[in-house]
Design a protein. Structure first.
Length: 389
């Protein structure tokens, strides 16, 4: 993998050349700041820490300097740090933000490094606030009113994780995702549906017919669509990878249950379907069939989801065609046949032997064009989205 500043493994280049001010206030969640800085840098960002005096009692400024490669701003001097940072930066991220800081910002009180940077940043660069505090403070009507006041001025908030009577800071992956999303608008205003994972057709009340699929491709495409500003509608069958907390999703079991969701799916501008849907189903037997003797199973074709979707949906449909060790010519012939038969706008074709953990190679068919994409799965997902009609 490529290395970034400080020899960090790069995950994407979505924050390349972006400068982010990280405001850290006096919540115990400030201990997560080093991890957050590392993750921002793994997407290409340069991070400039700004700490309140209370934050310095929880985590040492040297830790943030080590993580970011930049000295933390602890006080304002004749260098007018609160002005120069905003002039040179792309986004102000306050994570964690205490109730105290939220209330001061809402009322224009400017008595700390973080609130001074905010006073200069408001309406000049995007501001993203990530609260962390005790739950009774977060639900205090005065605090809630202050949050709404800040939202009315264009400030974005990432909701905390509510558990153990605490409004805990959102997970690092979600904070980074919201940061990326705030700085990208390629798909802003678009509704993108992604359908992934494998379907399960029941043999009996225990066993199923399914396909071997991790769901990784669908989740990578959904993540990238979210990063680029789209409203993401994610439907998942069985998956073997973790779904990020910032992605909301619905589940389906078999192909028939997915077909029943078509009225909701049709509300999207584009539907992307890397799902491994079963080609066959059977009449389910009751209970758990004994394995003491042979049984005969009659397979019958399962509903063709893409074909049924196209009957009533006029938006963009992207299908996937996976084969194993068939050669490029035959792979493309089968993909074009699928495109024509189902009326698809694009088909992403690949040979499964070219897929490795985190790495893939695909050929995207769009009209008469053929585009070969190869490399990191997230990067390939971005390039597929860029090819959408």
């Amino acid at each position: 993998m490529p290395k970034g500043k400080g020899e960090l493994n790069l995950k994407t280049s979505l924050l390349k050349d972006k400068k982010i001010i990280l405001g850290v206030t006096g919540s115990i969640s400030a201990v997560e700041s080093v991890k957050l800085i590392h993750e921002l840098r793994r997407h290409g960002a340069e991070v400039f820490p700004v700490m309140t005096s209370s934050a310095c009692k929880i985590i040492h400024p040297s830790s943030l300097e080590y993580a970011s490669g930049n000295s933390a701003v602890l006080e304002l001097t004749g260098k007018i740090e609160h002005v120069r940072l905003v002039e040179d930066s792309d986004l102000f991220l306050i994570a964690p933000s205490t109730a105290n800081t939220i209330s001061k910002m809402a009322h224009g009180i400017d008595d700390s490094t973080v609130t001074s940077v905010f006073s200069n940043a408001l309406e000049r660069i995007p501001v993203l606030v990530v609260p962390a505090m005790h739950l009774n403070m977060y639900t205090n009507p005065i605090i809630l009113k202050n949050i709404e006041t800040l939202k009315s001025y264009g400030v974005s908030f990432l909701n905390p994780i509510v558990e153990e009577s605490k409004a805990k800071i959102a997970d690092t992956e979600s904070i980074v995702a919201e940061t990326i999303r705030a700085l990208h608008n390629e798909l802003r205003g678009k509704k993108i549906c992604v359908i992934g994972g494998s379907s399960n057709e029941k043999l009996d009340d225990v066993r199923v017919i399914s396909n071997n699929s991790t769901g990784e491709t669908s989740i990578d495409i959904a993540k990238m669509a979210y990063y680029l500003g789209a409203d993401v509608d994610l439907y998942l069958g069985s998956v073997r990878v973790e779904v990020p907390q910032y992605l909301r999703y619905s589940t389906f079991s078999n192909v028939a249950s997915l077909v029943s969701k078509i009225p909701s799916i049709e509300k999207n501008d584009a539907v992307i379907v890397p799902a491994a849907l079963s080609d066959f189903t059977t009449n389910k037997m009751r209970g758990k069939v004994s394995s003491d003797k042979p049984i005969k199973i009659t397979l019958k074709p399962a509903p063709k989801f893409l074909k049924l979707l196209r009957k009533s949906y006029t938006g963009v449909i992207v299908g996937f065609k996976a084969e194993f060790d068939v050669g490029r010519k035959e792979l493309l012939e089968r993909a074009r046949s699928r495109m024509k038969e189902y009326g698809l706008d694009m088909v992403v074709a690949n040979d499964i032997k070219d897929v490795r953990p985190g790495i893939t190679k695909v050929i995207v068919l769009k009209g008469r064009d053929e585009t070969t994409l190869e490399g990191d799965k997230l990067d390939v997902a971005r390039r597929i989205l860029e090819l959408l009609p």
